[in-house]
Ligand binder design. Structure first.
Ligand code: NAD
Length: 332
């Protein structure tokens, strides 16, 4: 299958390696930064193309891993050609455009996947199934943690929208995906403690959000841009029958003050280390769908991106108003 990869930065390089290892994929890479695509193509035995329209004309599927603000125009070009499209999250930073692109994909019958790799993580997907099967009973509380080991370059932070639209977007998505319910509202708070430049960007590096779940239950989320021991993504779900956790193991980047016992294994370095298997499973499932296979129920959708963005925007508003805010728009 001829696959076009647009955006050869940090996550694009990881996808290129997965795609090259998938077998039966002829990969063509494109990036607006000079030399970036050629260097990656040489590394994964693919080709480079400096004209994105030519790349799309020659592709049977496209993987968009460029900076967030470029997703809108690139996905529109791919959908015009009815190309099965995988786009890293978020689809766009604009609700109206997210809906327009999503409906265009729906009307054209074109697969449009958004990169929410936690849906494909062994732990999170088992938790999803246990909740759906009723093993936990009534879900009382969800507690989630998403903390980068170290913050990304400032240029990347500036292009990301905000920590709510970038990092905590995954947690907003998880609350909906795991509970199968919409969120009724968000109360959020944020501070700048590690990256002073974020003040000028009106962004934060330490945030917390409390969410109401429609039909009952609450979620408490924290996220941050610095965690000295390593990348830390965890969840605990407490219900009337059980309490289950994902991410608490001998690689979790925290220490007990009274720590004893064997040495721990190295902590997770970053998202690529922690979710390597999930990213691989996700892109393999996308390729299978692009080849005409059955849609995978775990696929992240444009509605997931829309709903998570509406919650991220509500969180931003809540930090300013200091009040509980409903999602900016209901999920279409
Ligand atoms: N799912 C996740 O956990 C996860 C993790 C990291 C990043 N992401 C997403 O992946 C995307 C890329 O993030 P990154 O960390 O790799 O950023 P990055 O800055 O390292 O790379 C982005 C690349 O896109 C290129 N680019 C920008 N505009 C382009 C255009 N119009 N056409 C072609 N190339 C273009 C840049 O030159 C750069 O090489 C972002 O949307 C981000 O939200 C998702």
């Amino acid at each position: 299958m001829r696959v076009g990869l647009v955006g050869c930065g940090q996550i694009g390089r990881m996808y290129a390696e997965h795609l090259a290892a998938s077998g039966d994929v002829a990969l063509t890479c494109h990036d607006t930064r000079a030399g970036q695509a050629a260097a990656l193509a040489a590394q994964v035995d693919g080709e480079a193309c400096d004209d994105v329209e030519r790349l799309l004309d020659g592709a049977e599927a496209v993987v968009v891993t460029s900076s967030t603000e470029s997703h809108d125009a690139l996905v529109a070009l791919a959908l015009e050609r009815k190309l099965p499209t995988f786009c890293e999250k978020p689809l766009t930073l604009d609700l109206h455009r997210t809906r327009e692109l999503g409906l265009a994909a729906d009307h054209g019958g074109t697969p449009l996947w958004i990169g929410f790799q936690r849906h494909f993580d062994a732990g999170f997907s088992a938790l999803h199934d246990r909740i759906a099967d009723g093993d936990i009973g009534t879900v009382y509380t969800v507690r989630m943690f998403s903390h980068d080991a170290a913050w990304p370059p400032l240029e990347r932070l500036a292009a990301s929208g905000s920590i709510f639209r970038d990092l905590m977007l995954h947690d907003f998505d998880m609350v909906r995906w795991l509970t199968g319910r919409e969120v009724s509202g968000v109360a959020a708070i944020g501070d700048v403690l590690a990256v002073p430049e974020l003040v000028e960007l009106h962004d934060y590096d330490a945030v917390a959000a409390t969410l109401g779940v429609e039909g009952g239950g609450v979620a408490v989320l924290t996220a941050g841009r610095h965690s000295p021991l390593g990348y830390d993504v965890r969840i605990e779900v407490l219900g009337s029958r059980d309490c289950l956790t994902v991410g608490l193991d001998d690689r979790t980047p925290m220490r007990q003050v009274t720590e004893h016992g064997p040495d721990r294994r190295p902590r997770h370095r970053d998202y690529r280390d922690r979710f390597a298997a999930a990213y691989r499973a996700q892109i393999d499932a996308f390729l299978a769908a692009a080849r005409g296979g059955e849609p995978d129920p775990r696929a992240g959708t444009w509605r997931d991106s829309y709903a998570a963005l509406a919650l991220a925007m509500a969180a931003e508003r809540s930090v300013r108003t200091r009040s509980f805010e409903p999602p900016v728009e209901a999920t279409p």
